[in-house]
Design a protein around this ligand. Structure first.
Ligand code: C5P
Length: 190
C-alpha cells in the first residue's frame, strides 16, 4: 500500500520521499527511495525527512520486536532441541515523531482482526493521527501480499468512509482524496 500511495501521489505532482523497508515489488516512479532494514533506521530516516514534509503516510508494517543480538556468522547447531531468541521492542515510529507533528497531516494504517473500527479509532487517538486506514486482515484475499485491499478510512471523530474491495492503486487514490479533503478543511490535529 505504501508503494501504491507513493506512486499515486507522485502522479499528482507531489514531491514524494519514499522510505522503504526490504520489499520485493515492481519498481516505483518515485526517485531514489531511502532503503532501510530496521525499525531504528526507518525512524532515523523519517526524523531526517519530516522537517521538509507536510504529510506523513506510515504504511510500513513494522515488526513490534527485533532480535536483541544479530550474529555475524551462521549459527552452528548444537544438540539442543530448542532455541530461544531474545527479542527487544522496536521503537514506534509514529509515536516517536509525534512531537514533530505541528501543522503536518499524519496518516497511519491499522491491520486488525477484530473490532476493526473501535480498535483503529483508539489507535488514531493514541498515535495522534489525522486519518487511519483500517484493514481487516482476517480474510485471505486482501491486505498483505495481495493486489487488492479493502478497509475503512477513519478519523478521530465521525468519519467512516468504507473502502470496498478494490485494487491497491485505486485505494491509494481514495486515501489521497480523503487526506486532501482533511488538509483543505484545515482539520489537522496538533
Ligand atoms: O500499533 P500498530 O502496529 O497496529 O500501528 C500501525 C501503524 O503504526 C501503522 O501506520 C504503522 O506503520 C505504524 N507503526 C510505527 N512504528 C512501529 C509499528 C507501527 O510507526 N514500530
Amino acid at each position: 500500500m505504501g508503494y501504491a500511495i507513493a506512486d499515486a501521489a507522485a502522479r499528482r505532482g507531489v514531491e514524494v520521499t519514499l522510505v522503504s523497508g526490504p520489499v520485493e515489488l515492481p519498481s516505483t516512479t518515485v526517485r531514489g527511495p531511502v532503503r532501510v532494514t530496521s525499525a531504528q533506521q526507518m525512524l532515523t530516516a523519517v526524523r531526517e525527512k519530516l522537517p521538509r514534509a507536510d504529510w506523513l503516510v506510515m504504511a510500513a508494517a513494522v515488526a513490534d520486536f527485533a532480535p536483541s543480538v544479530v550474529e555475524k556468522e551462521k549459527m552452528k547447531k548444537d544438540q539442543s532441541r530448542e532455541l530461544t531468541l531474545r527479542l527487544s521492542r522496536n521503537p514506534d515510529i509514529l509515536e516517536s515523531v509525534r512531537s514533530m507533528k505541528d501543522h503536518r497531516l499524519f496518516v497511519g494504517f491499522a491491520a486488525e482482526t477484530e473490532d476493526l473500527v473501535h480498535n483503529a479509532r483508539e489507535k488514531a487517538l493514541r498515535k495522534g493521527l489525522d486519518l487511519i486506514v483500517a484493514n481487516d486482515v482476517s480474510g485471505p484475499d486482501t491486505g498483505f501480499e495481495s493486489e487488492e485491499n479493502s478497509g475503512v478510512i477513519l478519523d478521530q471523530g465521525d468519519l467512516a468512509e468504507e473502502l470496498p474491495r478494490m485494487s491497491k492503486a485505486r485505494m491509494a487514490e481514495r486515501i489521497l482524496d480523503a487526506a486532501l479533503e482533511k488538509w483543505k478543511k484545515g482539520g489537522v490535529s496538533g
